[in-house]
Design a protein around this ligand. Structure first.
Ligand code: GAF
Length: 390
């Protein structure tokens, strides 16, 4: 499978640039099992990698030029985009090319020697679906350049540089979860990540072996206009931390939540944000301990609590996401919740293998009855993180 993909992408590279690439790399999108919006609060997250990947065929250049091409990434103009490395400047590019160019900019800004590259990219990660298509693009380019320029950076270091590219070059105030997931996840595992110091633990997560499945339901509601709302939530969380006198909301312990909320007085909106973050961190810890003790089915209700908190306290759900969750639960699923940044995108559904068909059918029927666009449903199998294919 990855051999065939690498062949195709290398072949297209040759057609475009008239020479062989130096190598071919892949980096996946991700699904977040639990731990939403906690990553810019120094908290806990638990994503796993999807089989869907961004693939890059890359050749090194020495002349300070970066050439980028993709035939299948949304927003692709079609032709080869040629950039001069010394001219790369934050927020100068509003196209998809800002993600790979931003990575080159971030590497050079951090003092690494990158002298240019020819890149052809192809991706199967659905765009705008809350499954980290942008992080996959960033990480695959970072990994390729790390290898070709012998930079010696580790996965978490690449993730930090990719986050910087997205924060400063692209101009989106995202946290560190998606890039770390794409760079560091392992097949058959979910990644328990402490976003404060990026310490990690791979938690075995093989639902099929236990007779269950995890479905991704892409509502097809694109969340591309959500940056403003995302930034507002982030600013609200930072305000909460400042009012409570802590570095980040991660520092408010679950046992101290009521006291913290009382201190926030009539700051109703900030109180809701704080309550979500503090309870969400605790939910991640509960899920980790349930998985580690082999009580996998018991994570279902925790996912549902997480959805309620995102819907009612953080206020980032939408009718389509709520319909997936409500329908999944009423048709027999073990748990369900929205996943990713919110305002559209995807939900996840945990179900017994035997219930996958009826639950999927019920969701499809409910969407048709509500006159929503038909959702895209697929099984999420925890897959490998970023890697070199050849
Ligand atoms: C988006 C962001 F990119 C992540 O950093 C994270 O905040 C997530 O939304 C919400 O958990 O995917």
């Amino acid at each position: 499978m990855s051999e065939a993909v690498a062949d195709t992408v290398a072949e297209r590279f040759r057609g475009l640039y008239g020479a062989d690439p130096d190598g071919v790399w892949a980096a996946p999108g991700r699904v977040n099992l639990i731990g939403e919006h906690t990553d810019y609060n120094d908290g806990f997250v638990m994503p796993f990698a999807l089989p869907h990947t961004a693939v890059a065929a890359v050749a090194r250049r020495e002349d300070g030029v970066l050439r980028l091409h993709s035939a299948d990434i949304e927003g692709t103009a079609g032709g080869v985009c040629e950039l001069v490395l010394d001219d790369l400047a934050p927020e100068s590019d509003k196209n998809w090319t800002a993600y790979p160019a931003g990575v080159v900019w971030a590497l050079r800004e951090a003092g690494h020697t990158v002298t240019g590259a020819d890149i052809h990219l192809s991706s199967t990660v659905p765009a705008g679906a809350g499954l980290s298509s942008s992080a996959a693009l960033e990480v695959v380019v970072a990994l390729a350049l790390n290898d070709l320029f012998a930079l010696g950076l580790r996965g978490w270091q690449l993730a930090r540089l990719c986050q910087r590219a997205e924060n400063v070059y692209v101009g989106a105030p995202v946290g560190i979860m998606d890039q770390t997931a794409s760079a560091c996840c392992e097949a058959g595992h979910a990644l328990f990540l402490d976003t404060r110091d990026l310490s990690q633990k791979q938690i075995p997560f093989d639902l099929a072996a236990e007779g269950m499945r995890l479905l991704v339901v892409d509502t097809q509601v694109k969340h591309s206009h959500s940056e403003g709302e995302y930034g507002k939530r982030r600013a609200g969380c930072e305000k909460g931390a400042a009012l409570l006198g802590v570095d980040a909301l991660r520092d408010v312990p679950y046992a101290g939540l009521d006291a913290a909320l009382a201190r926030l007085g009539d700051e109703e909106e900030v109180r809701r944000l704080v309550r979500h973050i503090v309870t969400e961190n605790q939910r991640v810890e509960r899920v980790v301990s349930l998985l580690e003790s082999g009580d996998t089915r018991a994570i279902g209700p925790v996912l549902v609590e997480g959805h309620a908190s995102l819907r009612d306290d953080f206020r980032i759900s939408c009718p389509e996401l709520d319909l997936v969750v409500d329908t999944a639960l009423s048709s027999g699923a073990l748990g369900a919740r929205m996943t990713g940044g919110g305002f559209g995108g995807s939900a996840i559904v945990l179900a017994e293998e035997a219930d996958v068909e009826p639950v999927t059918k019920a969701i499809q029927e409910a969407f048709a009855a509500a006159d929503f666009i038909a959702p895209r449903v697929f099984e999420a199998v925890p897959s490998a993180g970023a890697r070199r294919l050849r």
